[in-house]
Design a protein around this ligand. Sequence first.
Ligand code: UD2
Ligand code: MN
Length: 607
Amino acid sequence: RGPLRYFFCGCIATSLTWAVILMLYWNGDVQSGNTAVPQEGKSYGGRIRFQPRRPRVQVEEEEEGDRRLTFKSHQGAHTTKVDLPLSELGLIKSPEDQETRDMGYRRHAFNLLISDRIGFHRNIPDTRNDKCRGKSYPSSLPKASVVICFFNEAWSTLLRTVHSVLDRTPRDLLQEIILIDDFSDQSHLKEELEEYIRDHLPMVQLYRTDKREGLIRARVKGATHASGDVLMFLDSHCEVSKQWLEPLLARIAEDRTRVVCPIIDIINSDTFEYTASPLVRGGFNWGLHFKWDQVPQQLLQGPDGAASPINSPTMAGGLFAIDREYFDEMGRYDEGMDIWGGENLEISFRIWMCGGTLEIIPCSRVGHVFRKRRPYGSPNGEDTMSKNSLRLAHVWMDEYKEQYFSLRPEMKSRPYGDISDRLKLREKLNCHSFKWYLDNIYPELFVPAAGRQKEVRMANPWGVKQVGVGQLPPRPKVIKKGHIKHMDSGLCLISQNGPNEKGSLVVVSDCLSEDKNQVWYLTDQDELQLTGLLCLDVNENDPKSFPRIMKCHGTSGGQQWKFAEDSGRLYQPSAGMCLEFQSSGKGYVHMSICDDSPAQQWRYILL
Ligand code: UD2
Ligand code: MN
């Protein structure tokens, strides 16, 4: 590829048009008709003007790690420019920054400061399998209506979702983008959003529910307004990737009973780093919690290996494409389900049991912000996941619902509303039994003898760590060993209660080279780790609390530390602050707004 690229670059001077056309073909980007997408990284005055896609060479240059880039950011109504390297986007420079960050964690459970500073357009790494890159798709594919419902979504995540769709979807494959505001009460989602859509987003329609409905009924509402051949559902904090839609539409074009999901890449909620998810598929446990499973090896044996479609017993829920009429015929969703939870297993069981297939398409990649907690509840405080699960158990699970009840005996007597329509639907569609589903689609699921279960509650089916069940990313590797020396006092950072005491505060003390309390191993994920697998940690939700040593989790967040060689500062990206120790005071080590004071000068002394 190298020499070819130079050859093409050489052509630009003499025949620019030809070079661009050739490169587009070479990259497999050309679809029939209009391939134009707006240029990435540009802000638009007035109506969007569509410009030809830039040649790939330029895009790639910007995709690499930590280069200094200029980001446009939208905070409230104005646009600001932030010139920071990617790893420092969270840097707190003022009390307003601090407020944005902290409010963001409270309201949205992610680092809003970083999200705002990224702005509406950015390049993300191409995480696809190599085999996907050269693939071409039929020139004529069905058109998609992208349906995104939201409740109190942040401005920058919502609009980055929409812009990423506009930036990375060939115009002839996109019918429209339908936004459904599920009765949000945050003010930026009112007139300001309408105005932005009117001025900048010609393909976008906004609808609002008149009361809080929950994501299930909100999506159905969106679907009824859609006119494309295919419905493409997304969460309101996603970023679609290069050529994300074509592989999904191509599968449906071949067979309209296929329901297809992209691989959901990880957008880290503390740093907004975009990373590849391992190849996993959807399962569930008898508590009716979704989980990720390892893909059985035999499914990866075809000629395309890990790039070919993978049958999946369930879907995660948020991101999938389905033929619009097929969605209707199949009974859309169970509209008796409220707010959040359970609908993903319900639609998965229904698809498989009633004649469809559910697949994960590895060549399609969409990033999603995985949060550590859900930042909203239901209006009456009800646990809607349990109620929704109960409905699906009664409609779809036959005698196997007893497995659920043996784990959740209290649910046996709970009301679940009227399910007669759903039972009729099952009848009408002439669906298989749940036993058939287990035997044929999910034989991997262990079925315990009744009454023999212990509940394993999954606090958070997402826990980014669980994304790779069975294929967990390897534990970060230790690359260096050393002391963390505070230059002003000449003292070293130690764990107050020893290297194995989870939750211990960190303080400074005389440097002693073989003291395990102060030998910090630096890993390739920027963790600072003591012998007992405990890591220097800041609580993202309360960065002003004292740093401690906590169990290493390997997913950055509050455990990522960056030594700035030149300034001597030890920077924590998700807190956006630096580690500080005041030699004069008797205080603990704490986090503070980064400055050039001696209190923030540290050095990693190799041992
Ligand atoms: C996952 C799914 C989500 C849904 C859920 C189970 C992915 C990536 N996400 O949870 O789509 O299937 O599991 O129900 O697979 N929303 C509303 N009204 C509400 C609550 C939420 O419109 O009352 C919106 C919300 O703004 C978001 C979407 O629904 O766009 C999903 O909610 P989430 O992001 O809190 O759910 P998540 O990703 O934890
Ligand atoms: Mn989500």
